[in-house]
Design a protein around this ligand. Structure first.
Ligand SMILES: *Cc1c(COP(=O)(O)O)cnc(C)c1O
Length: 408
């Protein structure tokens, strides 16, 4: 039997369904919207079985039949994937959701789930002959793509807002990317990159959803959640939504697992979580709209979700509505409070974006959307170590001959 490493068949326009060739470098579809990778699921299923998976290495490449890289030796990896799905018993009891679980993406290389998209996106770009990647970023994506570009031997051009987490600059510089800061938002960085790549041969612009394969890397979070729950879907999944790639990817993975015959008709309710300071998807959801309007004066401490207008907004809204989910906004004050509470209850120092999901879980439990017996998965998309400034540290400094006071 000939084995299939990737069962990738073609790319499909997410609006019109038009087919595009998957074996040349592609950006958006003719309609100007994201392209989605499609697979010969029947062929994939011959070797991608739940039994076979049990024996495969604990990286996201274990799902390689449903990933786009054709040649195993083109895989660029730093060991990404199979992050823990942690029970949060104390914190869960505190908010009335004893079945609360957290998928902890703080443990992947570069400390954010952006590594998943970068691993698959960079591998496939290099396989198709791209020699340089260029992108605007709110920080974590740029850091991840810079890191994987270095691993693959590609050059990398990044532009990010001056307000993006400082550590992500350091990561870009350390791994040899060409980095520019812009005194504006991610959209402003995008305009600079778009203009620059036109004059650079061999470069591909890999902005969010402007190439099809980052999504494929991120969808593996969906496969892992279901595999880690013993091939059962949870009742609710909450995701901190900026560009929306993660939630669109999880929805795509769930649909693919239905096609593979691994999941029944009922999918988990998907919840798009945003910050009150940047909630375009939540507004569109409440208005019953299919697309969002640009959110004015976007600002939140959860910097990774500061995306005033996402190219894939209609796909996020579809993921939410098709699964009976919802979209909610939380305040910075609320998410910062949860970040500290969960660190103290569970020993997990999470990023503010992940903490937004906890604030949303609390809110949705209070509203009754989440029931007390529901199995709920929140995505912590990065480690708190990347955002040291979110925790005020007010502690005494003692003189060398000082004494530590009696136990408080
Ligand atoms: C990029 C990012 C997000 C938002 O991700 P999308 O999938 O683009 O919506 C959430 N959290 C963190 C930490 C991020 O870096």
């Amino acid at each position: 039997m000939t084995t299939t490493y990737s069962a990738l068949s073609h790319l499909e326009c997410s609006r019109t369904g038009a087919r595009h060739d998957a074996d040349v470098v592609q950006g958006v579809s003719d309609a100007g919207v994201p392209l989605l990778a499609r697979y010969d699921v029947e062929r994939a299923g011959r070797t991608l079985t739940r039994q076979a998976l049990a024996a495969r290495p604990a990286t996201l490449w274990r799902y390689h039949e449903m990933l786009p890289v054709r040649a195993p030796d083109r895989v660029v990896s730093l060991g990404e994937g199979m992050t823990p799905l942690l029970p949060l018993p104390r914190y869960g009891a505190r908010i009335g959701v004893p079945g609360l679980l957290m998928k902890d993406e703080g443990l992947v290389p570069t400390g954010s789930f952006k590594a998943r998209g970068a691993a698959v996106g960079v591998s496939r770009a290099a396989e198709l002959g791209v020699t340089g990647v260029a992108m605007p970023t709110n920080g974590n994506a740029g850091a991840a793509w810079a890191t994987y570009a270095a691993r693959a031997g590609l050059t990398c051009l990044i532009a990010m807002p001056v307000d993006a987490p400082a550590i992500t600059r350091t990561e870009c510089v350390a791994t040899g990317a060409e980095l520019y800061l812009v005194d504006g938002l991610i959209g402003d960085a995008g305009r600079l990159i778009n203009a620059a790549v036109r004059d650079r041969t061999g470069y591909q612009e890999v902005s969010t959803l402007k190439e099809p394969y980052r999504l494929e890397g991120k969808k593996t979070m969906g496969y892992e959640i279901v595999e880690q729950l013993g091939w059962r879907a949870p009742d609710v999944i909450l995701y901190p939504t900026g560009g929306g790639v993660g939630i669109i990817g999880i929805h795509k993975a769930l649909r693919e697992m239905q096609e593979l015959g691994w999941l029944g008709p009922d999918l988990p309710r998907l919840v798009a979580v945003q910050a009150e300071g940047c909630a375009p998807i939540v507004e569109a959801y409440r208005e019953g709209a299919d697309v969002s309007r640009p959110f004015p004066d976007a600002r939140t401490v959860a910097f990774g979700i500061t995306v005033p207008k996402a190219l894939g907004d209609f796909l996020v809204l579809d993921a939410v509505r098709a699964t009976g989910g919802t979209a909610v906004a939380v305040s910075d004050e609320a998410l910062l409070a949860e970040q500290l509470l969960v660190a103290r209850d569970e020993g997990t120092f999470i990023c503010p974006e992940g903490a937004a999901c906890l604030a949303a879980a609390r809110q949705l439990r209070e509203s009754g959307f989440i029931g007390g017996a529901d199995r709920v998965v929140v995505l912590n998309t990065g480690t708190g170590l990347k955002y040291p400034e979110t925790v005020p540290v007010d502690v005494p400094t003692l003189p060398v001959d000082g004494v530590i006071p009696p136990r408080r």
